[in-house]
Design a protein around this ligand. Structure first.
Ligand code: AMP
Length: 624
């Protein structure tokens, strides 16, 4: 009898039927949708032939919603209802947005995520993003002539759980089925077909309008993983425009761009941007600008002069690249290929710096604005089941260590920073007090040794632990991060099997700048942290010794002579005093060691007494 065949989950049941799938680059400024047709990935255009959809949504009092260019043209005349760069607000609270007060929106702070008051009512960033995704879905379905079976959406590699979850929610709201979230650099590498190589380590250098990201990826045995990520969230093409504008000001005796009127600043920055982009093709370019009083500023800018102006900016990207390689414990010679992403990598200055640093020509044949969407489309095609079984697995890393709080306010790291995802790690913990039946689990993220220096992600309780002496219970805590970077933590008592679990959807996320700050702080303070950890551990040990001595004295003080009792009491007092006054490590350890010595004989007598009690009245034979 022939065996029945069952399709793998997520795979097409009918292998020859092509299912419609798309890759979406949900960008801060622009978004794109791409698909694979006849084995080639291509970006889909809208009704007027445009590939880029400006990531702008406008809400009207009538309830009408505009997205893309229709919304963008109202950015100046209806700023409060025209939401640009909503990606910055995904999964964020008001406190996470450093320059919220400079933005034209009416923010409403919620515990989970900010929302915006618009003419059509309150809208969350998830709803705004859903409008962009809906527009791309309609574009793709019109262009492909059918419903999309699934999509892959790209997110920055440093996006945390809250931001990833918000992106998934936006997709669901827009009527899309998300096959997978994919890191942007990984998608870029896939677009270049680097996954077809047998093996190798690659770097993705992504310089956009406002941010710089560097990622190091490794392909090994058909598995693609992100080894490290880094960058600078406040460095991009806009800074090069600023440098040119500032140069033109100084050339005309004006000390700073800021001293011009706002509309003059805007038009000077636009002229600077046009000059910068033209310099990617020509050796020299004219920069001109008319001030409000009719004065005309005009200068010629050469590539060499531009390079001199902007070298410090490029150097910052190379410094971040060097750090990422160091994180991944690699040298430039270990890198088999470098991929360029982002409009600013069209600058010869950037390409030259990358070439010089890595000692090889970067891959730059694919349009740097499209490369991420094209890679996502290729991954979506495989995941939806069109890949003829030649699918590959993509792995990412978690940007900060994850762990939990232990006694003394210390952090026990369970998953180390830059661990490859998906990942699951477990560790056993035990109770601190006799008869303890519940355990409070506090999940934190960060590199510091003390909980106070890390970010709190979630708290939950495991109840129903069978009462036993301190240290007897075995609680296995498992941290699991799925391929989309979402964390679940489970605590399980090993004898009874009772367990508690939390899916970590933190109420707010970390900005990549905060990630960078936390890492910097952890490196700078690692020595202090080590000392703090040693002190806290000694405090926990001393407290445990005090508790045990107190319990022993309460039941068996009669086993000691009056003199011995006084010695033990004195030693107990010195330990309690050292703890209460926050004594430094050495005096605390000495006091604890004295107490330990003073109770050695007492412990031995208690042991003998309990054996005697156990044996009392029993025949010798019954012990054989
Ligand atoms: P992205 O955010 O990736 O779309 O990148 C936008 C940035 O790329 C802006 O700062 C643009 O000025 C810059 N850009 C686009 N085209 C060029 C070009 N030909 N030369 C230099 N910079 C460019």
């Amino acid at each position: 009898m022939a065996l029945l065949q069952i399709a793998e989950p997520g795979r097409a049941a009918a292998p020859h039927q092509h299912r419609l799938a798309a890759g979406i680059d949900l960008g801060t400024t622009n978004s794109l949708v791409a698909t694979v047709q006849s084995a080639a990935a291509r970006v889909l255009v809208d009704a007027v032939g445009e590939t880029l959809l400006p990531s702008v949504v406008r809400y009207l009092a009538s309830g009408e919603v505009q997205a893309g260019r229709d919304a963008q043209i109202h950015q100046a005349d209806d700023p409060a209802n025209t939401i640009v760069s909503v990606k910055r607000f995904m999964g964020r609270r008001l406190a996470d947005l450093p320059n919220a007060d400079t933005l034209p929106y009416r923010f409403i702070d919620h515990p989970g995520m900010v929302s915006l008051e618009t003419a059509a009512g309150e809208r969350s960033p998830v709803e705004v993003s859903a409008e962009i995704l809906r527009t791309l879905r309609v574009r793709a379905e019109a262009s492909l002539g059918g419903e999309l079976a699934g999509v892959v959406i790209t997110v920055p590699a440093y996006f945390d759980d809250a931001q990833r979850q918000a992106t998934k929610d936006a997709a669901r709201l827009s009527g899309l089925t998300v096959l997978r979230l994919m890191n942007e650099p990984t998608a870029a590498a896939v677009a270049y077909g680097l996954d077809r190589a047998a093996e190798g380590t690659f770097a993705v250098y992504d310089l956009g309008g406002g941010t710089f990201d560097i990622s190091v990826l490794r392909l090994s045995k058909g598995v693609f993983e992100v080894l490290a990520t880094g960058g600078d969230s406040a460095l991009g093409g806009d800074d090069f425009d600023q440098a040119i504008a500032q140069w033109l000001c100084e050339a005309h005796g004006v000390a700073s761009l800021a001293s011009l009127a706002p509309h003059e600043q805007r038009s000077l920055l636009m002229a600077a941007r046009a000059a910068k982009e033209a310099l990617s093709q020509s050796e020299t370019v004219g920069v001109a600008m008319t001030l409000a009083d009719g004065t005309v500023w005009q200068r010629t800018l050469s590539r060499a002069a531009f390079a001199a102006l902007c070298q410090p900016l490029i150097d910052r990207t190379i410094a971040a690249t060097r750090r990422a390689l160091r994180d991944a414990k690699l040298r430039t010679t270990d890198i088999a290929g470098v991929v360029l992403v982002g409009g600013s990598t069209r600058m010869p200055l950037a390409r030259e710096a990358v070439r010089e640093f890595f000692g090889r020509d970067p891959l730059a044949d694919i349009d740097p604005d499209q490369v991420v969407a094209l890679g996502a489309a290729k991954q979506a095609d495989v995941l939806v089941g069109n890949g003829n079984g030649e699918g590959w697995l993509l792995l990412d890393v978690c940007p900060l260590s994850l762990g939990l709080e232990t006694m003394g306010g210390l952090v026990e790291k369970i998953i180390a920073r830059n661990s490859t995802l998906p990942v699951a790690r477990a560790q056993e913990f035990t109770t601190f007090k006799d008869g303890q039946t519940a355990m409070s689990i506090h999940v934190v993220q960060g590199e510091r040794e003390a909980v106070s220096g890390c970010r709190s992600l979630a708290r939950f309780e495991l109840r129903g632990i069978p009462p036993a002496v301190a240290g007897a219970a075995r609680i296995r805590v498992t941290f699991q991060i799925d391929a989309d970077g979402l964390l679940a933590v489970t605590a399980r008592e090993q004898t009874t099997g009772i367990q508690a679990q939390v899916e970590v959807k933190p109420s707010y996320g970390l900005t990549d700048a905060q990630v960078a700050d936390m890492l910097k702080e952890a490196i700078e303070t690692s020595l202090d942290d080590m000392q703090l950890r040693t002190l806290r551990e000694a405090q926990v040990d001393a407290r445990r010794l005090l508790d045990a001595t107190g319990a022993a004295l309460a039941s068996d003080a009669a086993l000691l002579s009056a003199e011995e009792l006084a010695t033990v009491r004195q030693a107990t007092f010195r330990v309690a005093d050292a703890l209460e006054t926050g004594a430094p490590l050495e005096p605390l350890k000495m006091a604890a060691a004295d107490l330990s010595r003073a109770t050695e004989e007492f412990a031995a007598r208690r042991m003998n007494a309990s054996i005697r009690n156990a044996l009392a009245g029993r025949e010798l034979d019954s012990l054989a």
